[in-house]
Design a protein around this ligand. Structure first.
Ligand code: IDP
Length: 208
């Protein structure tokens, strides 16, 4: 089902909708996998309590706080350190195709490799949600290995709501991968789904 996109202001003007705000924290990296495959970028997602992948964030009530203040508060609970997200970090808003009367807001925030590593440490050491709502932060592999390893396999996992689409559009928007690489990763992921029936690709999940 196609998603209905809108600006942040249009979203806030909608009556009778709940708002969910999630952020892709990312940055550049000089690390190399096996000492030879450049990682190039760190992109953080998380394994949620329900076994689905998604971004850090949560529900925000705009009548009580701004979307960004609410997202920063949720982030603190999930990653254990204060990460300030602002209006400038907003990327897109759309009506959820899987949850009735929910608008999902997607944010992106670039950080240094050291800051991202600190978040990964704190997410285990001090985040109140660790081991409960959040089972762990995960890095998105942005490289391609033989037989679909790397990004294609990652994309064949199951994702909450529209987070898979949010990931793809954020990777495109930030130019972390080319349009051709993204198309190829999606193509391989779809092929895996067809050929390996034990892998289930994200269907709209009713987790509202
Ligand atoms: O990463 C995401 N991107 C887009 N929507 C998401 C993501 N994670 C969760 N959602 C949607 O937003 C709703 C609320 O998100 P979440 O479960 O993180 O909030 P909560 O911890 O405040 O309940 C979920 O029920 C789901 O429909």
């Amino acid at each position: 089902m196609a998603e209905e996109k809108m600006t942040r202001d249009e979203a806030l003007a909608r009556q009778g909708y709940r708002h969910a705000c999630h952020v892709m924290l990312y940055g550049d990296s000089s690390a190399k996998l096996f000492g030879k495959i450049p990682i190039k970028h760190i992109v953080l997602m998380q394994m949620r309590f329900d076994g689905l992948l998604g971004f850090p964030g949560g529900l925000v009530n705009p009548s009580e706080e701004t979307l960004e203040a609410g997202l920063s508060r949720e982030l603190h609970e999930e990653v254990g350190v204060a990460v300030r997200v602002g209006v400038d970090d907003h990327m897109s808003s759309c009506v959820s195709s899987s949850c009735p009367r929910l608008i999902t807001h997607s944010y992106i925030k670039k950080m240094t490799e050291a800051e991202l590593k600190e978040i990964e440490r704190a997410a285990v050491a001090s985040a109140t949600d660790h081991g409960l709502e959040v089972l762990g932060m995960v890095r998105v592999p942005l490289y391609f290995l033989k037989k679909g390893g790397g990004l294609p396999y990652f994309l064949s996992h199951s994702f909450i709501s529209n987070s898979r689409a949010q990931l793809l559009s954020a990777l495109r928007h930030c130019r972390l991968l080319s349009q051709g690489e993204l198309k190829e990763a999606v193509r391989q992921a779809e092929q895996m789904r067809r050929t390996h029936s034990y892998i289930t690709l994200a269907q709209p999940h009713q987790s509202c």
